[in-house]
Design a protein around this ligand. Structure first.
Ligand code: AGP
Length: 615
């Protein structure tokens, strides 16, 4: 929900902190700020709006300090004001803190601190934590160890909630303290420098050597070393890992926006999702991270998928594919619902958590609930070392590379590709024939070039988007495994253009939503399944009969009637089970170009953040 960066090294900290924040801005962009510690004094700059507003302030300050912390905010407690921007300095001036997460018991702590003479200048929960650390620092006056680490430890023991924090203390001019609980925090180990951040993108251009911190660990970073301890003050021997991202993966390159770049990266990202994951005889797939043996998988009699947003949509597609290929009953739950529903599950239930970021708190909580109930819990995620990846019993990495645009695109089609391959694997463990397996693998291998063909229609789709960009309401309609894609298309449009859009099963429209049909409410139909095309055409006729504009996505083999739709997008023919992958791409382009036509901030849409690490 927020992005934090800490730096200690040989360079002036300001620019490193600003550059890092810019790469984390997709995590939240309501306000930004930084604190540099130099000669025992904090220089603090903070401002509402984008990071660039703080950068302008920093140009004037030119602080030479080589240690600092910074933050880009997605507001939880307290409005979007300069005062509520992080960092927060304790009222005694000793402690500077940036925080990603929510302190749920901040009010009683605030009252306690006010009773001990601490004052507050913001409405945030974070300032409470800053003063709490200062309070413990003050009471540990005679402590003979590292007083600030102990102060952080004692403070966090009193905290209920989630946090990823970076802390400075004026009495420790060469030291940054970091700690996490349910919010991500990663340490970049550079050449003579250390960078603490919410995710790797903040420092991928400076180093790809990382230490993934775990919940309830505290890291102490000095200029030439770092150490990690647990909340019980036990030493942790962490390994330094290397992420395999190309440094330019976090750069825009020749694109205007990350969403555009990531839409056009999909031939490659789908290829990456499949690479090395087909059997020698190309009749099935395999995944190194699936920790259940074929024998164990044969005994699974129910699969539960959990996710949020687009990830939940990909789970809905998985339900169709796995039930079709493997005949295993599948259930799909919103992660946020599953964690509280106490759903009755069979003893041979397998649970999958799908999450691009691997940090979505609702999805992490669903994973923890599933494991608490003793179910094998696997993850499909895009971020190596993410919390969900590490807390699961195994799983499958998407290999999409960093997805910076807030609206998920390449990660979503990578999930669909992997879930299609998972359905193949499970199907071939059961009754799916060798020939059907061969045929499906061939169809999967065609996807990258078919997506590329659709991307060649970008200008045509842009013209359609411009034609409809003034509308205020849309319906997206599809049947069977294309209904989740209707939901996804509606979500994309909502997210980046702020147009109200709803996805429905096409047949469901006549049970109420058809009341919305008018010349002012266009309908986008996914008319790509030849076996049921007549039904879908009837639904389209119902809309046309009421003056509703229709945009249809179809394939040659459906022989879509000429002039029936106001605008027609034809996508390549492919295996029926892979239609969701291809049908998604025109809807992504439609949403992207509609956003541009409406002058929206397509990569940082209002009110959103890329990774939702609060409940
Ligand atoms: C998708 O475009 C949205 N940005 C959002 O719904 C997202 O899919 C959801 O927050 C889940 O994120 P995750 O996959 O990282 O868990």
């Amino acid at each position: 929900m927020c992005g934090i960066v800490g730096y200690v090294g040989k360079n002036a900290a300001v620019q490193v902190l600003i550059d890092g924040l810019k790469r984390l801005e997709y995590r939240g962009y309501d306000s930004a700020g930084l604190a540099i510690l130099d000669k025992g004094v904090f220089s603090v700059l903070k401002k509402t709006g984008r990071v660039v507003n703080v950068e302008k302030l920093a140009r004037k300050s030119k602080s030479p300090g080589t240690i600092g912390i910074s933050h880009t905010r997605w507001a939880t407690h307290g409005g979007v004001t300069d005062n509520n921007a992080h960092p927060h300095i304790s009222s005694d001036g000793k402690i500077a803190l940036v925080h990603n997460g929510v302190i749920e018991n901040f009010l009683p702590l605030k009252h306690f601190l006010e009773g001990h003479g601490f004052t507050f200048s913001s409405e945030t929960d974070t300032e409470v934590l800053s003063n709490l650390i200062a309070y413990h620092y003050k009471t540990l006056g005679g402590y003979n160890g590292n007083r600030v680490i102990e102060s952080v430890r004692q403070s966090l023991m009193q905290v209920e909630g989630t946090y990823g924090i970076a802390v400075l203390c004026t009495d420790y001019p060469d030291q940054i303290i970091g700690a996490r609980k349910s919010s991500p925090l990663i340490l970049g180990v550079g050449q003579g420098e250390y960078i603490l951040a919410s995710d790797v993108t903040a420092f991928a251009l400076r180093t790809q050597n990382v230490v993934f911190l775990r919940d309830d660990e505290i890291v102490c970073i000095n200029r030439d070393e770092f150490s990690i301890t647990t909340m019980e003050d036990n030493r942790v021997h962490a390994s330094i890992e290397t992420v395999d991202w190309a440094p330019d993966a976090v750069e825009l390159g020749d694109y205007k926006h990350f969403m555009e770049k990531e839409i056009f990266e999909q031939p490659q990202s789908i290829e990456n999702a499949m690479r090395g994951r087909f059997s020698q005889d190309s009749s099935t797939s395999h995944f190194g991270g699936l920790t259940l043996t074929p024998q164990e998988l044969r005994h699974i009699d129910r699969i539960l998928f959990c996710g949020c947003g687009s990830a939940w949509h990909s789970c809905l597609v998985a339900e169709h594919l796995i039930e079709r290929f493997a005949r295993i009953p599948v259930e799909v739950e919103y992660a946020s619902e599953f964690r509280y529903r106490n759903a009755p599950l069979d003893k041979h239930t397998l649970v999958f958590i799908v999450s691009q970021s691997g940090e979505t708190l609702d999805s992490l909580a669903a994973l923890q609930e599933s494991k608490r109930k003793g179910y094998p819990t696997l993850a499909i995620t895009n971020v190596v070392g993410s919390t969900i990846a590490r807390e699961s019993d195994g799983g499958i990495y998407q290999r999409s590379g960093p997805e910076i645009g807030v609206a998920s695109t390449k990660a979503f089609t990578a999930q669909l590709t992997i879930l299609s391959m998972l359905a193949l694997y499970l199907g071939r463990l059961r009754d799916m024939s060798y020939e059907d397996g061969i045929r499906f693998v061939e169809a999967l291998k065609m996807l990258p070039q078919q997506v590329a063909q659709i991307l060649n229609q970008a200008e045509y789709i842009q013209a359609i988007a411009h034609k409809y960009a003034h509308h205020r309401d849309f319906l997206f309609l599809g049947r069977q495994s294309l209904f989740p894609i209707a939901l996804e298309g509606a979500l994309k449009l909502k997210e980046v253009s702020y147009i109200h859009a709803e996805g429905y099963p096409a047949a469901e429209m006549k049970h109420g939503p058809i009341a919305l049909i008018s010349p002012e409410c266009p309908s986008v139909f996914l008319a790509t399944q030849k076996s049921i095309i007549k039904k879908t055409l009837s639904n389209i006729q119902e809309v046309k009969a009421r003056g509703g504009p229709v945009i249809a996505v179809t394939t040659e083999e459906c022989h879509f009637p000429k002039n029936l739709a106001d605008d027609l997008i034809v996508i390549p023919h492919c295996h029926e089970a892979l239609k969701p992958v291809l049908a998604t791409v025109p809807l992504q382009l439609f949403a992207y170009y509609t956003s541009l036509a409406r002058n929206c901030d397509v990569d940082k849409p209002r009110n959103l953040a890329k990774s939702v690490t609060v409940e």
